[in-house]
Design a binder for this molecule. Structure first.
Ligand SMILES: C[S@@+](CC[C@H](N)C(=O)[O-])C[C@H]1O[C@@H](n2cnc3c(N)ncnc32)[C@H](O)[C@@H]1O
Length: 244
């Protein structure tokens, strides 16, 4: 098993057209102002967006491999630190802190999620804004047929081939952790390497409790990056918060 977060080239190839979160994040950053902190910043997909607004940007991530690519992309126009979102102390406060693209789901326990949000609270200025964006657990996805491969992405170009990701998953309904195993299909042939990552499923009522317990007040609950409010049809849960 290979940790997907050691493979930045593959990750960037999969997400090369992923941009539907950019407008919302840029508009909030522009309104709130810097400095800006991104948790789980990855390969710097969103860093440039913030830098282009003329704001100071800091990104933290646990993956050295991903951070090296982020640094290659934006050089010294940003600060990237290897750090853990589950508990961090950067000795600085920020006007805008965000964690996008489901990365919050890498807090695999309530304890991790609480510590993460407490660290966010400690790093947020009194007038600051915090955004967290995750999908709403989809039961059909959690109770798939065991061992069956499902397409996880549309086709993308990678390493000279036409590829897509096929996945199996194992959902533990006690811990609410979904273990994903990805395999690359290249030009119709399935490769043997398995790439793994795990995500904790958080339902909206749990997010309400976790955010409130960390002293964060939800100002907006969105169900999509187009700014529409969260309702029973929503696939996403996006919280825009301030300090309570
Ligand atoms: C889905 S990727 C998102 C990357 C980037 N934010 C984006 O939007 O493209 C998840 C990221 O979370 C990072 N990550 C996982 N666990 C983490 C932790 N405990 N602390 C910080 N980063 C973590 C991974 O290394 C990876 O870069």
């Amino acid at each position: 098993m290979v940790d997907i977060y050691t493979k930045p080239g593959l990750y960037d190839a999969i997400h090369q057209n992923y941009s539907w979160d950019k407008d919302l994040i840029a508009s909030i950053a522009d309104r709130v102002g810097g400095p800006v902190l991104e948790l789980a910043a990855g390969t710097g997909r969103l860093a440039e967006l913030i830098i282009d607004l003329g704001l100071d940007y800091t990104g933290i991530d646990t993956s050295n491999e991903f951070l090296n690519i982020a640094i290659e992309k934006v050089g010294n126009r940003a600060t990237f630190l290897q750090d853990d979102m589950r508990q961090f102390d950067l000795g600085q406060q920020f006007n805008f802190i965000f964690i996008g693209f489901n990365s919050f789901l890498h807090n695999l326990t309530d304890h991790d999620a609480s510590r993460c949000l407490q660290s966010v609270h400690n790093h947020l200025t009194d007038v600051g804004t915090f955004l967290v964006s995750i999908f709403i657990p989809d039961l059909s996805f959690l109770y798939r047929e065991d061992g069956k491969l499902y397409p996880a992405t549309s086709h993308f170009n990678y390493d000279g081939g036409r590829c897509r990701i096929m996945e199996t998953n194992e959902f533990d309904d006690v811990t609410q952790v979904n273990k994903l195993s990805w395999r690359l299909e290249r030009n119709g042939e399935l490769e043997t390497t398995e790439y793994q990552h795990s995500m904790r499923m958080f339902y909206p009522h749990m997010m309400d409790i976790l955010l409130s317990d960390a002293g964060l007040e939800i100002k907006e609950k969105l169900g999509d990056y187009d700014g529409s409010p969260m309702d029973e049809e929503s696939g996403m849960q996006i919280y825009v918060c301030t300090k309570a």
